[in-house]
Structures are given as structure tokens and as C-alpha cells.
Design a protein around this ligand. Structure first.
Ligand code: NAD
Ligand code: IPM
Ligand code: MN
Length: 369
């Protein structure tokens, strides 16, 4: 029965290109697994701006609020780069996170065996890497007030952004990270710059208090964000769960992507708080953007978008088996040597987005047989 309300928001650039491959997997699930979704498609980003004059129309927010899960592509592009701040496509994703209360952005970085050679780091440094970055996603410098550009008394301009965190904002995302650490290896690293930032000091204090009071079984350590960036390149396998603010989590997750081979591989889940009945808003998005440099060429890697859909099945619908099937199919195709341009390695064959999709569907057929 089609009781799973799914809103698909392809967005801009490669967003629609990689989303097309997810649509094919959704059709496959309907056909082969008898799982159907009540599927809607909506507008966001530059696409919404062109069609409706806003990067995040109210109708899109309302449909996202009504959906059980949102699958998001990517937004932005050079075409819109010089627009006033309020019209920028990127506001599409920021407003959705805020209005749906999606404060916990889970960004797993996993090095699949067949991709060890595609990493920019040495094979031994990355083989078997499996870490989870928990990024706060509705607070910090992305939303803090005051913000803006103003003209000072001397006629010169100044740009202002404000990093601000309340203890409740820190506590709720910390609990998500602690819970995950408990289910994984029991190790968590909280990242900030408590040495220079007031909000960083509070961050460290609150995370420590919660650790002591509620998660004494989790081995908590603290690290400055600059050192963490360095350690992620040097010895990424020392980490399991990394907890970070909005901006630090953004930077560290792109960095972790390089270790896994490509930004085109990493999915994410952005979750809100469960209500009394256990329902929570959730949005799933690759961590990459609209990739204007390759958009329209049919060469984008669809894996991050497909793996985001797998996360959606697991986190929003408890469909562990189907999620694992998609993950396995992706890994099998990579092991077979088919690669998009961003993850080429020795002895691999270069294919485009849709041929990658074809191969994944074939593997799904095999896995499901
Ligand atoms: P980007 O993530 O779009 O691209 C960075 C690099 O990674 C590019 O060289 C790109 O070709 C490559 N890349 C990204 N995804 C890929 C994929 N699936 N397959 C192969 N290669 C891939 O970051 P950017 O260039 O800094 O930003 C471009 C636009 O996207 C900007 O407008 C930015 O604001 C926006 N953006 C949006 C999101 C989002 O919608 N969630 C995330 C990041 C950036
Ligand atoms: C991401 C992106 C977004 C962010 C932008 C597009 C607003 O970089 O999802 O990582 O900074 O959160
Ligand atoms: Mn980012």
C-alpha cells in the first residue's frame, strides 16, 4: 500500500540527473519488491526561483511538512550567484532544515573496499574507514543574529555573521551523537574551538556534562576543529563518531569525502526530534552540491543520491533489508570496475550517470533474485 509519503526535490545542476537514477530504483522497488510510495515531486532552489520567484516556496515547505520523508537533490549554480541574499537557491535547503526542525545531520563516511584506490590518501590509511559525522544543522553561524552587510560611519562596509549556540541546541544534537556512538564502537569525538570561541567553550562543557550524566559508557574525547581536520587526513581511522557544529561539520564532511574517493559517494540524513508517536521529520541529501562544472554532461556520480535514498529507507521507514540491498548493489557495481569519472582507479572503466544506474539495477535484480 502506498502509505509512505515521499517528497522528491531534485533542485539544480546535477540534482535532477542523479535523482533520475533514484526514480528508476523506486520503480524497480514497486515492480520487484511490491513496495510503493506516494510520490510527489516539488520545486526547490534555482528551479523554484525561476518557476515561482522563491528558492523555497511555501508550497514546498508545506508539502515537506506533510511528507513522511523528503529526498533532496542539490541547489545552486553560477547563474544565481550574484542574486541578493534572500533569493539565493541555497536558502532552499537552509529554510527546509529550519522549518522542519532538522537539527541533526548524519554524514557517514565509509570507504568501500573497491574504492580504496580512488581515495586521495594511501590505501592503508583509508582501508576499512567507517566514520559518522554528526553535524548540527539548524543553528550556529548559519542562522545567528545579527547578520548582514552594513555601512559604517566612515562609509566602509562590514559583513557580519554570528556564531551562537544555546545549551539546549548543543544538548539535543549531542544526544543523537552519543546514541549513535553507543550503537557503534562506543567512541565519540566532539569538535570545537573551545580555545578561542565562547560558543565552543559552552559546547565542550555541555557535551561533557551530558556524557557524564547520561552516557558514561561512551568514551568521549574533545578535539579542536583545526587539529581534527589535520587528523582526518593523517589518521582518519582513529575516529568513529565525530560531533561538530554546523560550519565545522560542513567542512569536516567534505574533507572526509576526499578520503572515501569522492564527494559523489557520500549520503546524509537530516533528522528532527521524534514526536510523542515516534514520528520525526527527515530529509535525505547527498553532501555534494549541484556541481556546475559537470552539470548537463551526464557524468555525475549517482551513488551519493542513491545511498541517501537507502538511508531514507532505513531511517524513515525501517526498511533495513531494502536499504542494504541498494548499498550492496552499489558496492558490487564498483567492485566490477564500472566507475564515473570522479572515482576512477587502476583498471576501471569510465561510464556516465545512466550506465552506472543501469548496472546498479542489474545488480539489484541479482541481489533480489
Ligand atoms: P559541489 O559539491 O557542487 O562540487 C565540488 C566538486 O565535486 C566539483 O568539482 C564537482 O564536480 C564534484 N562533484 C560533486 N558532486 C559530484 C558527483 N555526484 N559526481 C561527480 N563529481 C561531483 O560544490 P561547489 O562547486 O562548491 O558548489 C556548487 C554549487 O552547489 C554552489 O552553488 C553551492 O552553494 C551549491 N551546494 C549545494 C549543496 C546542496 O544543495 N546540498 C551542497 C554543497 C554546495
Ligand atoms: C551542504 C551544503 C549547504 C550547507 C549549503 C548549500 C547551504 O554545503 O549541505 O553541505 O552549507 O549546509
Ligand atoms: Mn557542504
Amino acid at each position: 500500500t502506498a502509505n509512505k509519503r515521499l517528497l522528491v526535490l531534485p533542485g539544480d545542476g546535477i540534482g535532477p540527473e542523479v535523482m533520475r537514477e533514484v526514480r528508476r530504483v523506486i520503480e524497480w522497488m514497486d515492480r520487484r519488491r511490491h513496495v510503493s510510495f506516494a510520490l510527489e515531486e516539488g520545486l526547490v532552489g534555482g528551479a523554484a526561483l525561476e518557476a515561482e520567484g522563491s528558492p523555497c516556496p511555501d508550497a514546498t515547505v508545506e508539502r515537506a511538512l506533510a511528507a513522511d520523508a523528503v529526498l533532496f537533490g542539490s541547489v545552486g549554480g553560477p547563474k544565481w550567484d550574484s542574486l541578493p541574499f534572500e533569493q539565493r537557491p541555497e536558502l532552499g535547503i537552509l529554510r527546509l532544515r529550519k522549518e522542519l526542525g532538522l537539527f541533526a545531520n548524519l554524514r557517514p563516511a565509509v570507504v568501500l573496499d573497491p574504492l580504496v584506490d580512488a581515495s586521495s590518501l594511501k590505501p592503508d590509511v583509508v582501508r576499512g574507514l567507517d566514520l559518522m559525522i554528526v553535524r548540527e544543522s539548524t543553528g550556529g553561524i548559519y542562522f545567528g543574529e545579527p547578520r548582514g552587510v552594513e555601512v559604517m560611519a566612515d562609509g566602509k562596509r562590514r559583513g557580519i555573521d554570528t556564531e551562537v549556540y544555546t545549551e539546549d541546541e548543543i544538548a539535543r544534537v549531542a544526544r543523537v551523537a552519543f546514541e549513535l556512538a553507543r550503537k557503534r564502537t562506543g567512541k565519540m569525538t566532539s569538535v570545537e574551538k573551545a580555545n578561542v570561541m565562547q560558543s565552543g567553550r559552552l559546547w565542550r562543557a555541555v557535551v561533557s556534562e551530558i556524557g557524564k550524566a547520561e552516557f558514561p559508557d561512551v568514551q568521549l574525547s574533545h578535539m579542536y576543529a583545526d587539529n581534527c581536520a589535520m587528523q582526518l587526513c593523517l589518521r582518519p581511522k582513529q575516529f568513529d563518531v565525530i560531533l561538530a557544529s554546523n560550519i565545522f561539520g560542513d567542512l569536516l564532511s567534505d574533507l572526509a569525502a576526499a578520503a572515501t574517493g569522492s564527494l559523489g559517494m557520500l549520503p546524509s540524513a537530516t533528522l528532527g526530534a521524534p514526536d510523542a508517536s515516534g514520528r520525526r521529520h527527515a530529509l535525505y541529501e547527498p553532501i555534494h552540491g549541484s556541481a556546475p562544472d559537470i552539470a548537463g554532461k551526464g557524468i555525475a556520480n549517482p551513488c551519493a543520491q542513491l545511498l541517501s535514498f537507502a538511508m531514507l529507507l532505513r531511517w524513515s521507514f525501517g526498511m533495513e533489508e531494502d536499504a542494504a540491498m541498494i548499498e550492496t548493489a552499489v558496492e558490487k557495481v564498483l567492485a566490477g570496475g564500472l566507475r564515473t569519472a570522479d572515482i576512477m582507479g587502476p583498471g576501471t572503466a569510465r561510464v556516465g550517470t545512466s550506465v552506472m544506474g543501469d548496472a546498479i539495477l542489474r545488480e539489484l535484480d541479482k541481489v533480489a533474485a
